[in-house]
Design a protein around this ligand. Sequence first.
Ligand SMILES: [Zn+2]
Length: 314
Amino acid sequence: MHAIGVDIGGTKIAAGVVDDDGVILAQTRRDTSPDDAAGIDKAIADVYAELSQSFEVDAMGLAAAGFVSADRSSVLFAPNIAWRDYPLRDRVAALVRDDVRIVVENDANAAGWAEFRFGAGRDVDDMLMLTVGTGLGGAIVTDGKLVRGAWGVAAEIGHMRVVPGGHYCGCGHEGCWEQYASGSALVRDAQATVIIDPDRATRLLELAGGDVDRLIGPHVTQAAQEGDPLAVELLAELGRWVGEGAASATALLDPALIVVGGGVAAAGDLLLVPARRGFAEQLSARGHRPEAALVVASMGNDAGLVGAADLARV
Ligand SMILES: [Zn+2]
């Protein structure tokens, strides 16, 4: 049976009909506003109505960027969308006429599940997914099962403290891993270098149209791919943070595979090679244990949608 997956972002939702093999059969999207929770409910009901016209579906998974309750019905808290103890499942169910099974999933968990079922992790039973985007999301699969924890909010790995007294984090604490291993960290450091050391940053500034405030992560990736030494260095620094943190996570989880996804993963080896080096240098008992491989995710931007659909089935 087919399921619908919906990836709910800050300003848009992407939805698709997904079959048992993780293949997207049809897709649609709507623009939304992060401040308008009721509008998001309506947009979800709307994409359901559109997609269920041509396909028979019995489940819908909603991937949400926030803390999701253990019963997969509510968003307890979302940093970028106006959800506080928000009963998303029931609000959407009230707008959908059919008796369809609806579940809410954390977006990083959904993306990780898609990689585990259909992507880079399909041949292993134990996997750690790191989604290096605006923030740093995590998903843990142990013995073939998604780890949700007692209250549904496990794998918020980006908020492990790696630098006491370090950069302030949106979660209210300081020194969280995502302040060092995310696209936001990359841009922050790139912008700082443009100001402190402009002679080295001419290409980055050029790509940003001469305005340091308009510098974005893909500019750094592009400059690095062209061979710009500063951009290569910035991505290598980000990779080192990813790899060293992955080694700490490995001390806890012992995964067979670490999958790196998110927008920054587009940098490929420019990120992965330094990440593998940082991982190897920081891994405990190295040389006396099998080592997890670090690889790039293979499901692309549709991972959240595909994973949410698949998780809604079971
Ligand atoms: Zn934090």
